[in-house]
Design a binder for this molecule. Structure first.
Ligand code: TPP
Ligand code: MG
Length: 557
């Protein structure tokens, strides 16, 4: 066996795991890796980014899309601290991610050498596992374990620190084979209990969320919905698990959820939760269900045993992947003849459609009409990426996600997600339309990655919804401290001109009617386009204007 450098062994290990894109910002700390990448560039593309927060977010989005770890590589202290947002998002979103970080050489460790950080301590609370690889011959072992930990149980982020001298050292070692996530099957007796609960139910509801879904699992969900006539809700930013046009779709349990859906959850007698960990955003700040023992009979299916019973004690807790549980549900007999709740899916779906009914908005740009137009216009395989802010509510409430792997949105609520996630999406699915949906605040958090989209010639449509403020925070301000504006006004650049300066195409939209033709030009364009949509600051939320929110808060005092 030929000796290889640590850098070569690492790169071969990534190829063995089927990695096709490595997102990074270079550093002198990992030159042997950059060197080894030259020889595999036809199989493993190094995507050079402009900030490690962008690179790590791209890797997180790649993990969401593929179910296998997205991989980012960054340099020591400054690179690692910039990249930390991707690790946090991967943790909250249960996404497999591997962050590779250059580390000082073992000859100077613990002296606080240049940019030295103890990554075990720094990432200890963010990552699922952090390790430092001190010997080149153990790289294949660490990489295999990193993939297994990141993908199995509840998926999450793994950080591997790579001392400089280890990457340069030579070793003779074989590559580890491709790792698959450990399956988690549903216990047959527990599945029988779920069937028995449903056989006695009057108003059941199924909530889908979390990760470890694939196309087969989503198909099984659709069949379970059909067979049991179940209304299906999706967790916060997990709307692509179920076709929103399906007659069983009840809507998203996210921020500002449809009150009719929230009521339906409260009044359900059996709640079947599949894959979702029942986080704060999905439970309306832990108010939707009683803790520790919900009033509803709770079936909680999750691949990570630590999440079952964490806040809510289940009637039946099943440690299984969504696909394994749903397939087991379909394996036996169908439900008994008449289902007392047979009409509830249709009425839940009617509530969902009523919640999408347009309302008048202040100003010349009407986001209701624009997103409803996008909903009709975009093909089913379109990927939509967004970050955090009020501007996302139009998309989440009005766009009917219809296929798995088409919603790239942070459960973690991290701003700056929409630009880099769209870059990753277009690299991984070059044939699908990709829309990056941003607020004016959100866009500038990772807007530098527009340069990456230009560099790789990615035909992404970037939309910037510009209300001249950190609108979400302004909304909270007006509710709690009416009229006392502090720290939320933004003086913005001309985003379309900025896009043109980057080498992208850019257009400014100041009325509803301008949007569709500009969007069509953007879709037809070979490279990236930015559409700068100027909205009236009064159109602060979907339900109330800025003045109305302020007046209501003032009168309540
Ligand atoms: C990285 C990060 N920083 C701060 C916040 C807090 N935050 C949530 S929404 C928001 C404002 C978003 O502004 P913008 O993108 O303009 O959207 P808008 O609410 O105006 O529609 C802020 C500051 C966050 N979620 N993430
Ligand atoms: Mg804004």
């Amino acid at each position: 066996m030929q000796p290889r450098s640590g850098g070569e062994i690492l790169v071969a290990s990534l190829v063995a795991q089927g990695v096709t894109h490595l997102f990074g910002v270079p550093g002198e700390s990992y030159l042997p890796v950059l060197d080894a990448l030259v020889d595999v560039r036809d199989r493993l593309a190094y995507i050079v980014c402009r900030q490690e927060g962008g690179a790590a977010t791209m890797a997180e989005a790649a993990g969401k899309l593929t179910g296998r770890p997205g991989v980012a590589i960054v340099t020591r202290g400054p690179g690692a601290t910039n990249a930390s947002i991707g690790v946090h998002v991967a943790r909250q979103d249960s996404t497999p991610l591997v962050l590779l970080v250059g580390q000082v050489g073992s000859d100077m460790v613990d002296r606080e050498a240049f940019q030295e950080v103890d990554y075990r301590r720094m990432f200890g609370a963010l990552a699922k596992w952090v390790a430092q690889v001190d010997r080149a011959e153990r790289i294949p072992e660490y990489v295999a374990q990193a993939w297994s930990v990141a993908m199995s149980g509840r998926p999450g982020p793994v950080v591997l620190a790579l001392p400089e001298d280890m990457l340069a050292a030579q070793a003779s070692v074989a590559d580890a084979p491709r790792v698959e996530p450990l399956p988690a099957a549903a216990d047959a007796a527990q599945v029988a209990q779920v069937r028995a609960l449903l056989a006695r139910a009057r108003a059941p509801l199924l909530l889908a969320g979390g990760s470890r879904w694939d196309d087969d699992a989503c198909r099984a969900l659709a069949r379970v919905a059909q067979r049991w006539s179940l209304p299906i809700a999706c967790a916060f930013r997990r709307q692509d698990l179920f076709d929103a046009r399906d007659a069983h779709y009840a809507g998203e349990l996210g921020i500002g959820a449809n009150p009719a859906l929230a009521r339906r959850v409260r009044e359900a007698d059996v709640l079947v939760v599949v894959g979702e960990r029942l986080g704060e955003m999905t439970t309306a700040g832990y108010t939707l269900l009683d803790s520790p023992v919900p009033r509803q009979a709770l079936v909680h299916v999750h691949p990570g045993p630590e999440e079952i019973g964490r806040v809510y004690r289940p009637t039946v807790g099943i440690c299984a992947t969504p696909g394994a549980f749903l397939t087991a549900m379909l394996a036996g007999d169908g439900p008994p003849g008449h289902l007392p709740w047979a009409d509830s899916a249709a009425s839940a779906h009617a509530d969902f459609e009523a919640w999408r009914k347009p309302r008048p908005v202040p100003g010349r740009v009407d986001l209701w009409s624009i997103v409803r137009w996008l909903d009709e216009r975009l093909p089913d395989d379109t990927l939509l990426a967004n970050g955090a802010g009020n501007y996302t509510s139009w998309l989440h409430r009005l766009y009917r996600y219809r296929r798995p792997g088409t919603q790239l949105a942070p459960y973690a609520g991290a701003m700056g997600y929409g630009v880099p996630a769209a870059v990753a999406a277009k690299l991984l699915r070059p044939g699908a339309p990709v829309v990056s949906w941003n607020g004016d605040g959100c866009f500038l958090m990772n807007g530098q990655e527009l340069a990456t989209a230009v560099q790789y010639g990615l035909a992404i449509v970037f939309v910037v919804i510009d209300n001249g403020m950190y609108g979400t925070i302004r909304m909270h301000q007006e509710r709690h401290y009416p009229g006392r504006v502090s720290g939320t006004d933004l003086r913005n650049p001309d985003f379309a001109a900025l896009a043109r300066a980057y080498g992208a195409s850019g257009e400014t939209i100041e009325s509803t009617a301008d949007f569709a033709p500009a969007f069509e030009r953007a879709l037809a364009h070979q490279g990236p386009t930015l559409l700068h949509v100027k909205v009236d600051p009064q159109a602060l939320t979907m339900n109330a204007s800025l003045d109305a929110i302020r007046d209501a808060a003032t009168h309540a005092r």
